[in-house]
Design a protein around this ligand. Structure first.
Ligand code: ADE
Length: 251
């Protein structure tokens, strides 16, 4: 099964639909491979002022997003679809969440529907997180002003994994992180720029040599820049040999 719908609960629906309408995500939506619906909690308020936030119990700066408008927005997002639907997950974007990885997103791409909740203000009433959300995800150990950009990152990263989205069937397979390694370097014309030449092997047309060189570069760059990624990975004998060669050739 592959994901067919994203729903984003946000106070800034236009920001999400506008950003998602470009490039790979825009094309996937246009071609009906995946749909994107937005739900504004303000539309689910029942008071004159349409208030979506309130002061925090216990005092302190900032405002907290109220339970009710978020709860109703999520319930509507979950139940808006007719016909059979597979697994659905409600995910709240937050710096307190589980850090997203390519593996987590790959697994989410096999759901049927993903409801993403973008928080604003100082936070969200914890009872909404407890009662309505299945998981909390973070895009990294830094704070941005709201979950919309985080939701867009999730939408982009998952959409490119869906069948039929990328032109070249291998593109997502060859991405950085697809196999737990950083990507190898890429080159295009011209052959020489300021005395920097394209590596000889890429010009030779020997596909086995090119594949070996690319794997060696991917392993070497991961070893140099992200040794933490190699700790979680079991290299096969060929990869082990290529990485050793890379290290020897550095000296
Ligand atoms: N909202 C604010 N900061 C965030 C982060 N790092 N990840 C996800 N959502 C966020």
């Amino acid at each position: 099964m592959a994901l067919t719908r994203f729903d984003v609960v946000t106070l800034f629906p236009d920001m999400v639909t506008a950003a998602a309408s470009y490039g790979v995500t825009g094309r996937a939506i246009e071609r009906d491979i995946v749909s994107l619906s937005v739900w504004n909690p303000r539309d689910y308020t029942h008071d004159r002022h349409k208030s979506v936030d309130d002061r925090p119990y216990g005092g302190g700066p900032g405002m907290v997003m109220k339970f009710q408008p978020l709860h109703e927005a999520v319930q509507n997002a979950k139940h808006a679809h007719s016909g059979a639907i597979g697994p659905v997950k409600v995910v709240c974007l937050s710096p307190q969440g589980k850090p997203i990885t390519q593996a987590l997103l790959k697994s989410a791409s096999q759901l049927s529907q993903l409801v993403l909740v973008a928080g604003r203000y100082e936070g969200i009433d914890e009872r909404f997180v407890d009662l309505d959300c299945d998981e909390e995800w973070s895009i990294g150990d830094y704070v941005i002003s709201g979950g919309e950009l985080a939701a867009l990152i999730v939408i982009d990263a998952i959409t490119r994994l869906l069948p039929g989205v990328l032109g070249d069937a291998d593109s997502a397979v060859q991405d950085s992180h697809a196999d737990g390694l950083l990507d190898c370097p890429h080159y295009t014309r011209p052959e020489q720029i300021d005395g920097c030449a394209v590596p000889e092997v890429l010009m030779g047309g020997n596909h086995a040599d090119i594949a070996r060189w690319r794997m060696k570069q991917a392993l070497g760059r991961t070893w140099q820049r992200r040794p933490d990624l190699l700790k979680n990975k079991n290299l096969d004998a060929e990869q082990d040999k290529l990485l050793k060669e890379f290290i020897v050739e550095l000296n």
